[in-house]
Design a protein around this ligand. Structure first.
Ligand code: FMN
Length: 332
């Protein structure tokens, strides 16, 4: 058995990735061209996070990624951000391969992408929204369980959500949340998903654009917490530490840059700017930042290259295949 043929390919719309692995989009400026291109070069799908950057900056990153890889590059954008439409349209004009839309639901995105021949996959956390997305023309659906890092649309685990969504839709389903190794990938594909979306493991890579300070926080984290509502109206999963407050103090009224369509940062209970908080963390101002991470952060102990991450995934996946199916490795 050869490790390049062991993983099934991931087909979504007209795209075909050699590996069934999507690197989750991570804002603000965690997954940019270097990370997305490194993942694409390994045969996965790399996503540039568009939320919190301008359409011009996004275009620069898409062009940089295209110079670094011939692989599949997409964007991830939160529907909640004010510039959602401009960001998607900028990416489409750059002939982006894939648009993944999370943190909210947009009907419009299906039309924009279909008209331009661009593959589109919304992130969902319920059967109802999965069906709706399929009806509007989704090429695939990313289903995210409560284990995921960042904003959460559910308090249900991926293991309980996934089988119900698989029954509900015919398009390929990509599962996200708490997937950190090749064994997890094997189990998720065996359960019927066609691919996985992985965030935190790739955030903790050499190619991710998080500050060294942010990477150190991840390295010493032993667990995560679900925060209260962010200004988007959703809770989120972030690093749980005793010396770092889970909700930042940043973002008073004067600093508001009107980044969200509907922002509740003026709410007495919230009072911070989500984009600024994520930007601060990425830049290393941890005390005024919000450090998103997945539930299994405590099991990740190193910052390694994307190449090494993928090689590990393959080794771990192959060893489960051998164990479960009794496949013996080829001699020589
Ligand atoms: C630092 C960080 C930032 C994230 N930012 C976004 C984002 O901007 N948009 C989004 O849809 N998901 C975002 N996510 C979620 C990831 O794309 C991915 O679906 C999730 O992290 C998967 O769970 P895992 O981290 O356990 O692999 C973020 C996650 C992390 C850890």
């Amino acid at each position: 058995m050869n490790e390049n043929t062991i993983f099934p390919k991931l087909k979504i719309g007209k795209l075909e990735a050699d590996l069934p692995i999507v690197q989750g989009g991570m804002a603000v400026r965690i997954s940019l061209a270097p990370l997305a291109a490194a993942v694409a070069n390994e045969g996965g799908i790399g996503l540039i996070a568009a939320s919190g950057i301008t359409p011009d900056e996004l275009v620069r990153h898409i062009r940089q990624a295209r110079e670094l890889t011939k692989g599949i590059i997409g964007i991830n954008v939160m529907v909640a951000v004010r510039e959602f439409a401009d960001l998607v349209k900028a990416a489409i004009s750059e002939k982006i391969d894939l648009v993944v839309a999370g943190a909210g639901f947009s009907r419009d995105v299906f039309g924009w992408c279909k008209n331009a021949g661009v593959t589109v996959a919304p992130i969902v956390s319920s059967e109802r929204v999965a069906s709706l997305a399929e009806k509007f023309g989704a090429d695939a659906i990313v289903v995210e369980g409560k284990e995921a890092g960042g904003h959460l649309g559910t308090d249900e685990s991926l293991a309980s959500l996934l089988p119900r969504i698989l029954k509900k839709v015919k398009v390929p389903v990509i599962a996200a949340g708490g997937i950190i190794n090749g064994r997890d990938i094997y189990n998720i594909l065996k359960a019927g998903a066609k691919g996985v979306q992985i965030g935190t493991r790739f955030a903790m890579s050499k190619e991710s654009s998080a500050s060294e300070a942010m990477k150190k926080v991840w390295l010493r984290s032993t667990g995560s917490i679900i925060t209260g509502m962010s200004p988007t109206g959703m809770p989120s999963r972030a690093v749980d530490t005793t010396d770092i407050e889970a909700m930042p103090k940043v973002g008073n009224r004067n600093k508001c840059v009107r980044c969200l369509k509907n922002c509740s940062h003026r709410d007495e209970q919230i009072k911070f700017c989500i984009i600024k908080a994520l930007e601060n963390a990425q830049e290393g101002a941890i005390d005024d930042g919000l450090v998103f991470c997945g539930e299994r952060i405590g099991e990740l102990h190193d910052i390694i290259s994307v190449k090494e991450i993928m090689a590990r995934f393959k080794r771990e996946y192959m060893s489960v295949v051998r164990e479960e199916e009794g496949v013996k490795p080829c001699a020589g």
